[in-house]
Design a protein around this ligand. Structure first.
Ligand code: ATR
Length: 298
């Protein structure tokens, strides 16, 4: 994976007369966010500078505060700072509150505002790939921060059911208890189990299976062969939130007749929502598919 220059300290002269945006993360040298936002800026004739900033692990709050004090206009937040951003923001969108994490920050009336555009980005990518979520039977594998970040927008698509399976069943049950009130309101069935329980002969096949676990980063699948036999079916769709490689999870799905996708489209779509919020431009003006194609060919 290519690495790009990033900042570990902020110099005031960089901000003078500029519309400065940035992505904050650690490590951050691999981030594609500047490439994506630069394309959106070209598409909408906006003048922006978009930086990569890598605060020390214990220095995120100080650096984000300094960034806005110097005139920074908006920030994307990535691993491992989404929780810190959530705690720093004085105003939170409903979906950020439910996600318990913030990936998009800006200032309004002197207050730090936070949103979480990850889940909406996922939904936009799925819909643009022709995946039907409404009335679908959805399985989410994994119950960490990534899973929590996508549940609210997925529920709003009103699938028939969302089943959350995790290696540690307890964490799946905790997510269900957080989202049960919204699921009830939207008339969506929510279930929790361990991933091992998916090996049970009564496990249904799902039309959409989303891997939110980090198993792929260790070149593993969170699903055993038997669980994969049960949950994937011909004509189904399998989506892995990570991007840039075909994971073991994606291979399992492909072998069982599913269409597959990595999370590159989600990355671009979540950035589009942030960009339109920051620059107050109509999101319909952003050609996200062109940016996805460009990144795939890069
Ligand atoms: P993130 O913010 O990326 O979601 P996280 O909160 O640490 O990170 O959650 C990681 C998720 O991946 C968890 O659901 C974890 O399962 P556990 O809760 O049982 O730890 C899951 N995970 C990580 N490695 C895994 C593996 N090798 N097999 C199955 N699940 C795995």
């Amino acid at each position: 994976m290519s690495h790009y220059p990033f900042l570990t300290e902020l110099k005031p002269n960089r901000f003078v007369g500029k519309n400065i945006y940035a992505v904050f993360g650690n490590p951050i040298g691999h981030s594609k966010s500047p490439l994506i936002h630069e394309q959106f800026a070209i598409q909408t004739q906006q003048e922006i500078d978009y930086l990569r900033i890598q605060p020390p692990l214990d220095g995120f709050a100080a650096m984000l505060t300094q960034f806005f004090a110097l005139g920074g206009q908006g920030a994307s937040i990535t691993i491992p700072f989404k929780l810190d951003a959530y705690q720093l923001c004085q105003q939170l969108s409903t979906r950020a509150r439910l996600a318990g994490a913030v990936n998009t920050v800006w200032q309004k009336d002197g207050m730090l505002c936070g949103d979480n555009t990850d889940g909406a980005g996922l939904v936009a990518d799925l819909l643009s790939q022709g995946v039907v979520i409404h009335e679908a039977d959805v399985l989410i594998v994994g119950a960490g921060g990534a899973s929590r970040g996508i549940l609210e927008p997925l529920l709003h698509q009103k699938p028939k059911r969302i089943w959350i399976a995790n290696r540690t069943a307890q964490k799946a049950h905790e997510l269900v208890s957080i989202f049960q009130p919204l699921a009830t309101e939207l008339d969506v069935e929510l279930m929790a189990s361990s991933t091992a329980q998916l090996e049970n002969h009564a496990t249904p096949a799902f039309s959409l299976v989303i891997n939110s676990s980090s198993a792929g980063l260790e070149d593993q699948s969170p699903l055993s062969t038997l669980a994969a036999d049960h949950v994937f079916c011909t004509g189904g769709f399998a989506y892995d939130l990570v991007y840039g490689k075909t994971t073991v999870f994606m291979e399992q799905a492909l072998q069982r007749g599913c269409r597959i996708s990595d999370g590159l489209g989600m990355l671009v779509e979540q950035a589009a929502i942030a960009f339109s919020q920051w620059r107050q431009v109509d999101i319909k003006r952003l050609d996200t598919r062109a940016v996805v194609a460009q990144l795939r060919n890069a």
